[in-house]
Design a protein around this ligand. Structure first.
Ligand code: B12
Ligand code: SF4
Length: 476
């Protein structure tokens, strides 16, 4: 059977190709895993990264028709689902025999809505896809009923039906390494408008899921609150393969890369032992921050550590169910600094229901006080799959029909939140006040002079950096 897998672009207009390209910061690991599993089972597969390759809807349709698959599968997050719906429609007009499938977060949390809105989408896959795509391939090939496939929604005689959830893969070490050669795109990693990975770059995932339940996050739903880690050995084998393929810079896109410090340390020690020489980025929780772990991570090439600090007000941290304190954030940042992490990014979320202007300002001031290199201020969003979405719906603030594909800022719909426009102005100003402080700039220049990683990033982003300082680059 022939499969075409497409990572759909978040912007269906697609005129601004450069903008689309930069959205596709990382390779679509989802599709690369699925394609590799299918290939291992003897299927014929090709993969297209629409935003990565900067293709319009028409160009994508043309590519699919030329490939002439039996099955066309899309990976979609929020707005890219709309593009997938449009492409499915244009494809079916020309070749109605192709079976169209959509997966990923957008699909998982909107399965019925997708089948209702897009008559040209045949099957929606919920959650983890490797087992499901193989079951689907088997059923479609042998003309067996789709009800035998777990984790899908489809139409049976025009009625939408859902099958049982697909059980999670127990041992993710059993999965093959995603074959990155299936896509030929030079990926990059954008942060504050600058490419922080100008060398040969890719992403990797060493664990799936998360045991926490933050109200603004939908990861817990996909992995059903389980954390499944690959062994250090298995992760190191993939890293060795990436090194042999010439990759120099990486991002771990795990939800919880540091959840088990022993495993994290083992991976890092392996990277040092094998002299892999990667420069890499990962996320960390502020309640998991031993100096020993950070030191080994730095030794193994950690360059950018991204902390979910979220807010300076305990009341809001509790509302977010983040189970951390501002004091923990302070300790974590100082410990990472002491361990020699080159760039520390603090991510903050503001714009919750009942959050006052003073509380928002308190978070902005907290960000300034912390010894971080870059603040990232985000506006709280309601997406299908997160608890905030359910809360806004239950309170009657949400127009589900207009917002399920895009998500919506809480501050746009909740009468007790500070209005969205005002928050945008506050965080825009906060960002530039933060990065234009002479003391901050001097420190950053000093650090850049002593870090070969920073020097390389700075040299590759001279125009962007001057745009940021002048305020002509949208970064928050
Ligand atoms: C890397 C990443 C990105 C990259 C995506 C690059 C790419 N080409 O794929 C970039 C930076 C572009 C990105 C953008 C955004 N992201 Co993002 N991203 C992630 C991240 C960190 C990792 C994704 C990943 O690779 N996981 C590893 C793979 C193996 O797992 P997977 O993607 O879930 O794929 C599995 C299943 O979903 C399923 N599946 C997926 N696709 C398909 C397709 C088919 C046909 C089938 C059968 C199955 C299937 O099978 C896969 C294998 O098991 C996740 C967090 C996370 N841990 O998942 C957030 C995450 C997915 N992103 C999120 C968000 C909110 C966004 C943005 C909206 C952010 C923004 N404000 O702009 C945009 C959306 C862009 C858009 N409109 O399309 C949310 C999703 C929320 C939601 N309910 O939709 C997440 C969960 C982060 C979070 N904690 O909230 N993101
Ligand atoms: S925000 Fe991070 S810690 Fe919280 S549930 Fe999501 S992945 Fe887990």
């Amino acid at each position: 059977m022939k499969f075409c897998l497409v990572s759909a672009s978040p912007n269906e207009g697609l005129d601004e190709r450069e903008k689309n390209k930069s959205m596709a910061a990382f390779p679509p690991l989802s599709l690369l895993y699925l394609a590799t599993v299918l290939k291992e089972h003897g299927e014929d597969v090709s993969v297209l990264d629409q935003p990565g390759q900067g293709l319009s809807v028409d160009e994508t349709v043309e590519w699919v028709l030329k490939e002439d698959p039996d099955v066309l599968g899309f990976s979609a997050l929020s707005t890219s689902g709309m593009t997938a719906g449009l492409i499915s429609h244009n494809i079916k007009e020309k070749n109605p025999d192709i079976t169209t499938i959509i997966g990923n977060h957008y699909a998982t949390f909107n399965a019925e809505r997708i089948l209702n809105r897009y008559s040209d989408v045949d099957i929606v896959v919920r959650g983890e896809g490797e087992k499901t795509i193989l079951q689907l391939a088997h059923c479609l090939k042998n003309k067996k009923p789709l009800r035998d496939v777990n984790g899908i929604n489809y139409r049976n005689n025009k009625t939408a039906v859902a099958t049982h959830d697909q059980p999670l893969i127990k041992k993710i070490d059993s999965l093959p390494f995603p074959d990155r050669k299936l896509i030929n795109v030079d990926y990059h990693c954008m942060m504050a408008g600058a490419n922080v990975a100008p060398k040969k770059f890719t992403s990797i995932v060493s664990s799936r899921g998360c045991v926490y339940s933050c109200r603004f996050c939908s990861c817990k739903e996909i992995a059903r609150n389980h954390w499944r880690a690959r062994s250090a050995q298995n992760t190191l084998e993939e890293l060795a393969l990436l090194a042999s393929q010439g990759y120099k810079q990486l991002i771990f896109v795990d939800d919880s890369f540091t959840l088990n410090p022993k495993r994290t340390i083992e991976i890092c020690k392996g990277m040092v032992r094998e002299r892999m020489d990667f420069q890499w980025i990962c996320e960390g929780r502020v309640d998991n921050c031993s100096l020993e772990m950070f030191r080994v991570m730095v030794k193994a090439g950690l360059k950018i550590l991204y902390f979910g600090i979220e807010n300076a007000n305990q009341r809001l941290l509790d509302y977010f169910n983040k189970t951390i304190t501002p004091q923990q954030a302070e300790t974590a940042v100082k410990t990472a600094r002491k361990a020699g992490v080159d760039v520390i990014v603090g991510s903050f979320i503001v714009g919750a229901p009942d959050e006052t202007r003073e509380e928002i300002q308190n978070t902005i001031n907290f960000a300034k006080r912390l010894p971080i290199d870059l603040p990232q201020f985000n506006i709280l969003g309601a997406h299908p799959g997160n608890d905030i979405w359910n809360e806004m719906e239950a309170k009657g603030f949400l127009d589900v029909e207009s917002n399920w594909e895009t998500g919506v800022a809480v501050s746009k719909i909740c009468p007790t939140a500070v209005p969205c426009g005002e928050i945008k102005r506050m965080i825009h100003k906060a960002f530039f006040d933060h990065v234009r402080r002479p003391s901050f700039l001097l420190k950053q220049i000093g650090k850049t002079l002593t870090s070969s990683y920073r020097k390389n990033v700075a040299a590759s982003n001279l125009t962007r950096i001057s745009d940021i300082i002048k305020g002509t680059n949208a970064v928050t």
